[in-house]
Design a protein. Structure first.
Length: 609
């Protein structure tokens, strides 16, 4: 490879990113997710008779822009067959818009597809819950009041803090509605009775509440008060009015509050609406509702990548970005402190405005650029030390790190007969987050395998390697992501390129390389829990694979040269490489086509040229 050409490309990419920085020091790229958030927002706007027809039309256009050529909706481009729940969400929202009727050509294929695939009763749980909230699906009878969960003490076999933080945030508003089977309807509510087929339902709404029927509780707890849930919600509203900085939980919260007696013009509802409006981003001349804008994540990763690529620490853009990160470090005790009470706050969240819901991945990402300033500035030293202490304290007892909380991998909950219980209801250690955290601790803080935390994490990663040598990545797509994170973490801890398990991982990566020199992996991997390749490579997945091979190898190989060449010649993709919920929710990070190829090329250049 021509070294000068590689240098020039790295330089060009650095300058391109620097020009995209905002005046406040951030980088703001769209966090583009599925049609779910747009559909729910449009339905809510119509239901509360929100008067902004231009905005509703733009959301309508966004939903239509995601329609496939066959008239259906998918959560990733190569999904076959189409996604039933996404089709139901889009179809329902377009009827609410009143710009389309069931017999319109744009909707005929979707309606037929929904009927042929079992109708509303075959939708995923989240879709059925939202339909029920809008009076379009029947709430199921359940054996006990599920709101009991929010009153059980921590000594109970199961309590609300045993469920993942993101599941809790979705549960709480719905629990305000389900017991009395409340619903919100309006003059815009369509008739979906022809989609409510009479076949055996197979999986009722009550599957969501199998959890509660398993609780062995005293009768005195059955008188759960609505105030417990309202108190939880109010305590988790962020300064921007959203519920834990998620748009979907905030929409659910508005429904729960309106059916609990709150007026639409009340401060809490108006603040929530204001927070939601600030979550929109422009995508391909349409308006899209992000579920959680990725500003802190993107800014942290970009600063780290620019520094790795050789941008000096005294560059004004680097300083401005680092100063922004200091303002976003948490000082509040959030739910994470229930299982980890003896440590001070110090983490970072994913979105601006997130003040109480930090996560491990954002924290290690933010600490990377802050580490560069550690020696020169006491303010950065204090921030770094607080963040490091919090990060180390959040290690699970099994040795890995989870996304948000510590030791919330309850086997009982993860084994419930609910679709994706392990992915949605619990927050276990994952190879991707454990590997990324390991790499940070070793590379920036100098911890090696003789440190107890490192030793436990390394052993956890080895124990969770797949037989073919790969690792599963929970928050990225998917095995390429997990393998990259695990390999870079293990190598930073001196695992050694001759380690037989590292060699096995390397061999697996080479086996799944595409003929064009890049790598591509389908979101289908996430559903099937085995690697499913894409014949068309993607920039981020190619960069992850190249980065993993770079840390393993002593010299560049033809496969790596082809990968670097592919990255130099390919800029962007519309394929999602971030994961939210298997089979339902995938993310196209608009930042990723900038970040990971630059990092992959920079690390390749630094090691071999």
């Amino acid at each position: 490879m021509d070294m000068r050409r590689l240098e020039k490309e790295i330089y060009r990419r650095c300058n391109e990113l620097l020009t995209l920085q905002k005046p406040d020091g951030t980088w703001r790229f769209c966090f583009e997710n599925s049609v779910l958030t747009d559909a729910c927002m449009l339905i809510m706007f119509r239901t509360i008779e929100y008067r902004n027809e231009k905005l509703i039309k733009r959301i309508t256009d966004r939903i239509l822009s995601r329609q496939s050529e066959d008239g259906l909706w998918r959560v990733y481009p190569d999904e076959e067959p189409a996604n039933l729940s996404a089709a139901i969400q889009a179809y329902t929202a377009l009827l609410y818009s009143q710009h389309y009727k069931p017999n319109d050509d744009r909707l005929k294929s979707a309606k037929l597809f929904i009927i042929q695939n079992g109708g509303l009763k075959k939708a995923n749980l989240l879709t059925k819950v939202f339909l029920a909230m809008n009076g379009l699906y029947e709430w199921q009878d359940i054996p006990i009041d599920p709101a009991i969960l929010f009153s059980l003490p921590l000594t109970s076999p199961i309590n609300k803090y045993d469920i993942s933080s993101y599941a809790r945030a979705h549960f709480a508003p719905v629990l305000l509605m389900v017991d009395e089977k409340k619903k919100l309807t309006s003059r815009y509510t369509p008739d979906l009775s022809d989609l409510y087929l009479n076949e055996d339902e197979g999986s009722h709404l009550e599957e969501w509440f199998n959890l509660f029927s398993m609780l062995n509780v005293r009768d005195s707890y059955l008188q759960t008060k609505k105030e417990n849930i309202l108190s939880y919600i109010q305590n988790h509203i962020e300064p921007d009015g959203t519920l834990l900085s998620y748009s979907l939980t905030t929409i659910f919260m508005i429904y729960g509050l309106l059916t609990s007696g709150y007026d639409r013009h009340s401060t809490i509802i108006q603040n929530a609406l204001s927070g939601l409006l600030n979550m929109f981003c422009e995508v391909d001349e349409t308006l899209h509702l992000q579920n959680s804008p990725s500003t802190i994540w993107d800014t942290s990763l970009i600063l780290y990548t620019l520094l790795e690529a050789g941008v000096p620490i005294n560059n004004p853009s680097i300083i401005k970005g680092a100063q922004f990160l200091l303002t976003q470090q948490h000082t509040k005790y959030g739910d994470w402190s229930v299982h980890n009470p003896d440590i001070a706050p110090g983490g970072w969240g994913f979105s601006i405005g997130n003040t109480q819901h930090p996560d491990i991945d954002d924290t290690q990402a933010a600490l990377r650029p802050i580490a560069h300033f550690y020696i020169t500035n006491s303010r950065y030293q204090t921030s770094y030390d607080r963040g490091l202490n919090w990060l180390l304290s959040m290690q699970n007892d099994d040795g890995g790190w989870a996304a948000f909380e510590k030791n919330t991998n309850r086997y009982l909950i993860g084994s419930l007969p609910i679709n994706h219980a392990k992915d949605a209801l619990i927050d276990p250690s994952t190879p991707d987050i454990t590997g990324r955290t390991l790499e940070f601790l070793a590379k920036f803080h100098g911890l090696k395998q003789d440190h107890p935390s490192i030793k436990k994490a390394v052993n956890w990663l080895w124990a969770n390697q797949e037989q073919n040598g790969s690792w599963y990545g929970r928050w990225g797509v998917c095995y390429i992501y997990g393998t990259w994170a695990a390999v870079t973490g293990l190598m930073a801890c001196n695992a050694g390129p001759q380690n037989k398990r590292i060699r096995k991982a390397k061999q697996w990566l080479l086996e799944v390389q595409n003929e064009d020199g890049g790598w591509g992996e389908s979101c289908e991997s996430d559903k099937k829990k085995r690697f499913v390749g894409l014949t068309k490579s993607t920039p981020s997945q190619t960069a992850w694979a190249l980065n993993a091979l770079t840390v393993i190898s002593d010299k560049p190989t033809p496969q790596m040269e082809r990968a670097a060449e592919w990255l130099m010649n390919n800029k962007k993709t519309d394929y999602p490489t971030g994961a939210g919920l298997p089979g339902s929710f995938y993310i196209r990070y608009h930042s990723y086509d900038y970040i990971w190829p630059l990092l992959g090329l920079a690390n390749y250049y630094k090691k071999f040229f």
